[in-house]
Design a protein around this ligand. Structure first.
Ligand SMILES: [Zn+2]
Ligand SMILES: [Zn+2]
Length: 153
């Protein structure tokens, strides 16, 4: 995303909007996929040798829950505030900063819900929607072992 410095008037905020196909930003991760377009909307203002862009990045992110592997689609609204030294420059490219803002905003470990129960490690069933008996069986087993241990002493 390029801003033409020479087209801006000094000390006057100029509204700027650009729609970028998510693919061009190269921001997908293993458990994260950007869907459709990334919209950048805000105001650019030039003061002497400094250009400030303040605005928002809107996009749609499909993330995979680290516990239950469910895919969740979220609409992202990230506010941004960039400043550039434009001395001698005709244009500036915001693409790297937009990419960095989105990557920094990605959670290290995404959960569909902080209470997500995840998948059963034994049978793989989704414990948010179904129940299995793996845990109860294991509990009963360890209780049996404990009883055995007591009877041996
Ligand atoms: Zn989950
Ligand atoms: Zn199970």
């Amino acid at each position: 995303m390029i801003i033409q410095v020479l087209q801006l008037k000094d000390s006057t905020p100029t509204p700027i909007e650009e729609i970028l196909p998510a693919g061009t930003l190269d921001i997908d991760a293993v458990d994260m996929h950007y869907v459709g377009e990334v919209t950048v909307r805000g105001n650019a203002e030039k003061n002497l040798n400094t250009l400030v862009f303040r605005g928002h990045i809107y996009c749609t992110r499909e993330q995979t829950c680290a516990r239950c592997l469910k895919k969740v689609v979220n609409n992202i609204d990230e506010s941004v505030d960039y400043a550039y030294d434009i001395k001698g420059l005709k244009e500036i490219d915001l693409s790297d900063d937009i990419r960095d803002s989105l990557i920094l905003d990605q959670p290290e470990r995404f959960l569909c819900d902080s209470e997500c129960k995840g998948l059963c490690p034994h049978c793989g069933i989704d414990l948010n929607t179904s129940k299995c008996h793996c845990r109860e069986t294991r509990k009963a087993d360890s209780f049996k072992n404990l009883k055995k241990w007591f009877s041996n002493t």
